[in-house]
Design a binder for this molecule. Structure first.
Ligand SMILES: Nc1ncnc2c1ncn2[C@@H]1O[C@H](COP(=O)(O)OP(=O)(O)O)[C@@H](O)[C@H]1O
Ligand SMILES: [Mg+2]
Length: 357
């Protein structure tokens, strides 16, 4: 008679498998669910902290190996599901179905902040997360254009209704002001406008709310951070020294506001000539990574220059959706995974507000 695999033995074996990012075992993290044993076959679900988990493959093979060691097991069926943890500072202060808020900032305009915010949001959504995109760039709210959205739906029950595009829920300052209207935003007005984009909108469940901030540092970050609790901030920079020194200021602003820095992204890092395949480092190379090391914040990755990213932006078709196999789309997906992993790691810290370097 072959031994029937035993539940306790399987859980004991799995308690030696570590979640690679969280450095704790899957059992104590309560990530093993729906364990079924039928003869020599074992099935289980690993409940990840994000559907955009960068190390899913590694977890799968380690789980499989661990369970196969248990006497009597001949086959293992590993399924994945995900449950994104909520930042409890948000649920504590706002009665909204938003689990995490990620602010995307840049030291100055034109570095690709909106392009990055849009494509990261679409990438996270493609991976199965529920994603909101909030365009808080009061000076140039162009997220709707980059997603090909003209207007928002009519309000319902006294609330604004987010537009839907590429699987995202979208709300933009651009929906609230006339295209050519010059608005002079004063502090309190801006503050209440930004807060309203959260509280007066009928958001459905959101795992990650990506917020496209106005360019520049200090004021915009300050206003947002005072309006809603931010899970973390991301800085987009190009590789030039001037851009990087602006990015450093952006980083300093987040720190001053006690907003955890999730990382730096280097945009327009290089260009590959489509005819020759030759690689050109137009604005220099590696500056953002060095800055990240110096400032001890995560470097989330670099994105190439790709004219199709610009065309896609102009035409309302984000490149991760239209050219999913392009190098830049792959880079966006990698960065989205790194970002999601940083949010997960942060969610396990006892008090993220005390953990800022
Ligand atoms: N990686 C890239 N490759 C090619 N064009 C890009 C890239 N990133 C941004 N762009 C283009 O650069 C311009 C500025 O980008 P945008 O996202 O609007 O910057 P920001 O929001 O920082 O002002 C846009 O025309 C955009 O399409
Ligand atoms: Mg922009």
């Amino acid at each position: 008679m072959p031994t029937q695999p035993n539940r306790d033995a399987i859980m004991a074996a799995l308690s030696h498998v570590q979640e690679p990012e969280l450095h704790r075992d899957l059992v104590s993290l309560n990530m093993i669910q729906d364990l079924q044993i039928s003869g020599s076959n074992v099935g289980l679900t690993v409940m990840l902290t994000t559907p955009a988990c960068p190390l899913k493959g590694q977890i799968e093979s380690e789980v499989r190996n661990a369970v196969m060691q248990v006497p009597g097991v001949q086959q293992v069926n590993v399924r994945f599901d995900a449950n994104v943890r909520a930042d409890n500072r948000i649920s504590g202060r706002l009665n909204l179905p938003i689990r995490n808020i990620i602010a995307v900032a840049s030291g100055k305009g034109g570095v690709g902040k909106t392009t990055v915010a849009v494509n990261l949001a679409v990438a996270l959504s493609q991976m199965g997360a529920q994603v909101g995109l909030l365009d808080a760039d009061i000076y140039g709210p162009n997220v709707p254009q980059m997603l090909g959205v003209q207007r928002m739906p009519d309000p319902r029950d006294g609330k604004l209704v987010p537009a839907r595009a590429y699987g995202l829920q979208l709300m933009s300052m651009g929906f609230l002001i006339q295209p050519d209207q010059a608005v002079i935003w004063r502090g309190p007005m801006l503050h209440s406008a930004i807060r309203q984009l959260f509280t007066d909108v009928a958001w459905a469940e959101v795992d990650y709310m990506v917020v496209d901030l106005p360019p520049g540092t200090g004021d915009a970050q300050l206003t947002l951070a005072q309006s809603v609790p931010l899970t973390g901030g991301v800085i987009v920079s190009t590789p030039q020294d001037v851009a990087l020194s602006d990015a450093r200021r952006g980083l300093a602003a987040f720190r001053q506001l006690q907003v955890p820095v999730l990382g730096i992204i280097e945009n327009m890092a290089y260009f590959i000539a489509p005819d020759s395949g030759q690689r050109y480092e137009i604005f220099g190379y590696g500056g953002a990574e060095r800055a990240a090391q110096e400032l001890r914040v995560p470097f989330l990755g670099r994105l190439p220059l790709d004219p199709r990213a610009r065309e896609g932006g102009d035409q309302g078709k984000p490149i991760v959706a239209t050219y999913p196999d392009s190098e830049i789309a792959q880079a966006f997906r990698d960065i989205a995974r790194q970002l999601a992993a940083q949010v997960s790691v942060l969610s396990f810290r006892p008090d993220p507000e005390l953990k800022i370097i």
